[in-house]
Ligand binder design. Sequence first.
Ligand SMILES: [Zn+2]
Length: 307
Amino acid sequence: MGVADLVATRCAICGTSGNATEMYAANFRLDDLNPVIFSARRSTDHVHYRMVRCDTCGLVRSDPTASPDTLAHLYQESGFDYDDEVGNLRATYGRYLSRLAALCGPGASLLEVGCGNGFALEEALERGFASVHGVEPSTAAAAGAAPAVRPFIVCDVMRPGLFAAGRFDAVCLFQMFDHVADPGGLLDECWAALKPGGHILILNHNVEAVSARLLRRRSPIVDIEHTYLYSPSTVARICVAHHFDVREQGSVWNRARIGYLTRLAPLPAALKRAALATCDATCLGRVSLPLPVGNLYLIARKAPVSG
Ligand SMILES: [Zn+2]
């Protein structure tokens, strides 16, 4: 792949190219574009594209990036290495799945886009959803799904025609909305897949969180996997632009192990090795704490298209 394969991006809210102020210059080499870099929740390596903030709406995006086809291929080949955190992720996502299930009522159906090995689908069944489906581009991740949910996972990306229109009561996007090249197009597909009045749940990084503001380019969220980074205001704005009414939004309290947070922390290599060795040698690394580590969530309702 050559430099020519990088493509300019547009603001997903305004549709403008350019019209943005650089936040961080690119720091990657082209051979960084490999499936390992695009594997879920690897240790941070601080590789990122040039990141800019739209001068009109404030949406943060990578610009330029690899082409959407290259991105799709990288995710298809990517691995799945966060098994040791699945318990805490289930607890964190489960709280929001319960709110979603309560809004949808009994007997509801759920679609998760970017479901990995389906752990959130299992949690959704325990939290009151009657049926679940998932879409996941990584064949390795989908192959690792539990028998209860494996038959309901399609190995693909969300695209027109994958599901019948108006099929689901709810759609959820956990830590994936900031990875997609065309978030507006994804919202349109989710809108189409939802029943009238159905709900969407989006949970991902908050570019305006205290940690992101303090750490700036050393924040783990400044990462080549993130095509866009959202704030509470920009995530609400793009949902409204794609015919959703925002019902609630806020900060996420994640349950996370101290060892996992240490692995992600922006520490010098020698200090991080020492801290991780301490975590391994004691039980400290396995202790879980609820912390606002810099994620946001939003629940919105499918609105009719007016005009
Ligand atoms: Zn914009």
